[in-house]
Write a new protein. Sequence first.
Length: 398
Amino acid sequence: MKQIKAIFFLTLAATAVYFSCKQDFLDTQPLDKISSEATWKDGALSEAFVMNVYSFLGYGGFEEQALAALTDEAMFTHSGRNINTFTDGAETPSNLAWKSPTYEWGNMYLAIRQANIALENLPKSTFSDNTLRERLTGEAHFMRAYYYHQLLRYYGSFAIIDRPYGLNEDYTVARNTFEECVNFILADLDKAAQLLDGKTETPGRTSKLAALALKSRVLLYAASDLHHGPTAKAKSSVLSGYANLDLVAYSGGDRTARWQSAKAAAKVVLDAGAGYKLNLSAPVSAAEGTSNYVAVAMGGKSKAADPGGAVELIFQRTHTAAFTEEDNWPLGGIHYGINNGPNGYHNWAGNTPIQQLVDDYEMMDGSRFDWNNPAHKADPYTNRDPRFYGTVMYDGAN
């Protein structure tokens, strides 16, 4: 018995000595994650990281509760989603309305953090393809600008965060002024346009033209009455008594210069891009006009105008399987198709155009539609602007 015990303890001791000397088998690489160090050593992994920054684009307003239902274009037809809190003007800090993820404060800052991580690490990355590095850096600058511009549109100014915070830092940051936020976004877009100049364009990824177009949009917003402090105060009793007006508007400055900047930026985009040009030498029929209008919404020319049907989108959300949420939706449909397609075709018809929008479509001769006109009232959906038929589902529509 003593001999057996001795052998057992010798074996145990030998095993302990072996494992104490041989511990590298514990240092395994996870199979479901990639380390930060590995990411920035490899061009493909760096590209995948930046690709993830695009995933925060979501559906760009085509969620179940469409952004059209937050404006005067449509009405959300389903109940219990708290969208009426916004449209009724009843929103308070303790009773917030539904917000699209494409504007939601926390979601946008999560996206901005991802862009900041890329911008911090790409200059130090060690993969060999410098062209790819420049392109990814330009894309990260664009995406950061895009998400910040979403915050600017929805909330006014924000706290400018231009680096990823680590643990145990002071996260208390004051909001910058509206003017500072605009300037920061414009600087990012200028940098993006510079880095993306001459780079290969990929559908679903940004480009120099997209950066220039977003710059034009931001400058247009900045020049508007809503963001000129003196004008905004004169037109709004709420803003006239607001102590921090510089968070939502310019306190002063040259409005004419801001409009000129917006105009010049738009001209650059028009000159640089193909635009949507039908190249028609004569008027088309009403049916062809509807077809052309639908083609604009679908991102390409109509077959009548261009048999090749080239896509002419400035910037589009990618449909890559890397983050195509609609792959998981029922009935095999696209997310916004399910949300807004006719409910008789297994869709939800969630956002209905309001009657005022429908009535805004003119008659074919350019006169206004009028329910007090007996002919219009008797046959309201005949002989309307061709764009009407490409937009509104009405009684008797195909």
